[in-house]
Ligand binder design. Sequence first.
Ligand code: NAI
Length: 390
Amino acid sequence: MKRKLRMGMVGGGKDAFIGAVHRIAAFMDGKIELVCGAFSIDPQISKESGEELFVDPSRVYESYGQMIEKESQLPEGERMDFLTIVTPNFLHFAPAKMALENGFDVVIEKPMTVSLDEAKELKEIVEKTGRTLCLTHTYSGYPMIKQAKAMIKAGHFGKIRKIVVEYPQGWLSRLSEREGNAGAAWRADPKKSGLSLVMGDIGTHAAHLAEYVSGLRITELCADLTTFVEGRQLDDDGSVLLRFEQGAKGVLMASQISAGEENAVRIRIYGEEGGLEWANEDPNNLIIKMLDQPRQIYRTGNAYAAPFTLSSFATHNTRVPAGHPEGLLESFANIYRNFAATVSAKKEGRVPTPEQLDFPSVDDGVRGMAFVQNVVQSNESNEKWTKFVL
Ligand code: NAI
């Protein structure tokens, strides 16, 4: 591409949390520029946010509907190329549908929608329009997650037997939704959040990571959800036993009342010959544990000699030499970079490389929403195992 891709945003104003992180990630490689937005539910905040971000005031809109309508009327050389959706969960589907149907690609936050039905409908729209949809499962962009996936795929550990994935947080240990925390308030409201708070908000990240790294899909589950904090309308803690394809078994823990925890995502996967461990709080290390061998640590950015060479997916998603820490922002930026490269390639009639195509898609979004629905059903059921149905 001889120019930057033009990005619009719905949500992500001064009153928001994750929108600013999206902008850092999107801008990191210099391939994307912000040209328009409906940045807030409050038009005044949207206007002020646009000013702070130096967006042309004529392209700061009062609503996403107005934005998509006006942008589609602009000449091709000016209008946005894609829309980033960083609103609360219940406001993902409508702007995504409208953007796709008006010729725009989409970056959308997880959980993709509030229900499985919406997710399936969105998949149909993506297929019908032929547009690109990228779902921001942040943790899948880390180089050492790519390395873990590549090593499992290459059979390094033998047949996979056990997958243990955890996402404990502590920030909802109190009734924060009644104490003026706007992010907690919509998350704890079933109409705005979806069927489950903990599983929609962070369980989907954990389930995606387990399937992405292992390359195995969940086939059955047995879930236990709890609302620990009195007065809360949705669950805040969950444990799920998992059965995967090819006989692998697993455990998923997602919790927002794990007092004192920050974002302690961790995954361990064990095969017949050995296992691996990766943690978000130490993301440049991938610990390898093989039977009858000392432990090894693969580190981001090294030019190891064969047979320890890092995979092309790990190096493609690495930015700085070994020893300089890379973290969440770079992982997030990898998702944007791969999405942008794919969109640019499609615009120019080129075929994206496998490394460029490696970002979460609408299919992952459908599986995420199916995961939430199946977990909730399992929690309410007396049957031990619930089939993972899409
Ligand atoms: P937030 O509550 O901090 O911000 C939401 C933003 O959307 C605000 O700017 C609000 O004014 C705006 N908004 C609401 N309705 C709107 C409308 N009709 N038009 C335009 N703007 C509107 O929420 P937060 O924490 O930033 O989360 C947003 C989304 O991102 C959620 O789906 C959440 O699950 C997801 N998320 C994902 C993370 C990740 O790791 N990938 C981390 C944090 C959030």
